[in-house]
Design a protein around this ligand. Structure first.
Ligand SMILES: *Cc1c(COP(=O)(O)O)cnc(C)c1O
Length: 379
């Protein structure tokens, strides 16, 4: 039995009629650019993220870019972020001519370590971009404390964590200055293409991002700022409006799958035998249910690449998030970092792999994944 890493068909088939009706409505209304579906989604996602305002944008990458632009990040500025994330987190900083300054991760959560942030703050530091990786929030209390002590903006990269909660149920995107979401198909709430959103409680920044989203013009053709084309399509918003009401259900299925993996891996004996490490939800005090929403289920184990080959031969989907940390990427060598600078991130890149966790994953499929992993280490 093959097990895919992700099966979007299983998610869309049960709601196919509603999705088609929503798309047809956009066709009939002929309101393709910033239609009322965008406004509706902005209100709903802002509300879901415990924020006042949402600005629908063209992707998670553009959510980060326009957020940095709104904070006026420019050449010479330093922005502190993690070395372990999707490329957009660092790429958007560099695109504005600013310097990404990395701070190593916590090896248990894979999120940026606030203590390491503290060590690299300088007079040029303007902002911090913590990433809520794999569906779990970064340790935001100490990060926000540092930010307020040094007068820094905080842009939460919540592309993998829409709805994830920190400590007393504070949601991803609501704790920093601005929060960035992605609706790329593989995220917990995915459209039929690219899309994203910025959420915030800051009215002034909300207004600036709305202007930057349409080339920086207000009124149209009169440009106070240099913006871009950062709009979310009405069609994507219409699709996401249909899917959003299911998000909590899908999240709980992901969490159930995570619990089932925990049981299966314990039974497998692999934790003792090879030291396999499961993802750890660290903020689960306070009865919060969304402390980890498992956009990815990332395990740590020895001979990762050998296992990956074996899984591939056996039709078990898997992926490495991410194989190369930012400071070792070819295009970022000018920053002057070297191998060994961020040992926890470097080890994570070598020792971890993401296995299927999507909501519709079945028990038999999970048993198959675990038994194949077991088979590899018993050879
Ligand atoms: C997916 C992702 C992004 C970028 O989102 P896109 O919609 O693909 O542009 C940024 N940061 C992280 C952590 C992501 O996972």
């Amino acid at each position: 039995m093959a097990v895919p890493l992700l099966d979007l068909k299983a998610q869309h088939d049960p709601i196919r009629k509603d999705l088609l009706a929503a798309m047809e409505q956009v066709l009939d209304k002929n309101n393709f650019i910033l239609g009322e579906e965008v406004k509706l989604l902005e209100e709903k996602v802002a509300n879901y993220s415990q924020t006042q305002y949402g600005i629908g944008v063209s992707s998670g990458t553009d959510a980060l870019l326009v957020s940095l632009m709104a904070l006026n990040i420019k050449p010479g500025d330093e922005v502190i972020t993690t070395p372990l994330s999707f490329f957009a987190t660092a790429g958007t900083i560099v695109r504005l001519g600013a310097r990404p300054v990395f701070a190593d991760i916590d090896p248990v959560t894979y999120n940026i370590d606030p203590m390491k942030i503290k060590e690299v703050i300088t007079s040029r530091t303007k902002a911090i971009v913590p990433v809520h990786l794999y569906g779990q929030c970064a340790d935001m209390d100490p990060i926000m404390k540092l930010a307020s002590q040094h007068g820094l903006g905080v842009i939460e990269d919540a592309a993998q964590s829409l709805g994830a909660e920190y400590r007393e149920g504070r949601r991803a995107g609501s704790m920093g200055t601005l929060g960035c979401m992605s609706f790329f198909p593989s995220k917990n709430l995915g459209g039929f293409g690219d899309g994203g959103m910025v959420v915030t409680n800051d009215q002034e920044l909300m207004e600036r991002i709305r202007i930057l989203r349409v080339q920086g013009g207000k009124p149209k053709y009169y440009h106070k700022f240099i913006g871009g084309n950062f709009r979310l399509d009405t069609l994507q918003a219409a699709i996401l409006n249909v899917k959003l009401p299911y998000l909590d259900r899908w999240t709980s299925w992901r969490q159930q799958n995570a619990e089932r993996y925990a049981v299966l891996f314990k039974e497998s004996g692999l934790m003792e035998k090879i030291g396999l490490q499961l993802p750890k939800a660290v903020y689960q005090d306070g009865g919060v249910t969304h402390y980890h929403i498992y956009n990815q289920f990332v395990v740590r184990l020895p001979n990762r690449d050998g296992l990956r080959n074996f899984l591939k031969e056996n039709g078990i989907g898997n992926e490495v998030y991410y194989p190369v940390p930012f400071h070792l990427q070819e295009c970022l060598q000018d920053l002057g970092y070297h191998e060994g600078d961020f040992p926890h991130a470097e080890l994570a890149c070598k020792e971890t792999v993401g296995i299927p966790i999507y909501p519709e994953l079945k028990q038999e499929q999970q048993e198959q994944v675990v038994s194949k992993i077991q088979e590899f280490y018993n050879q």
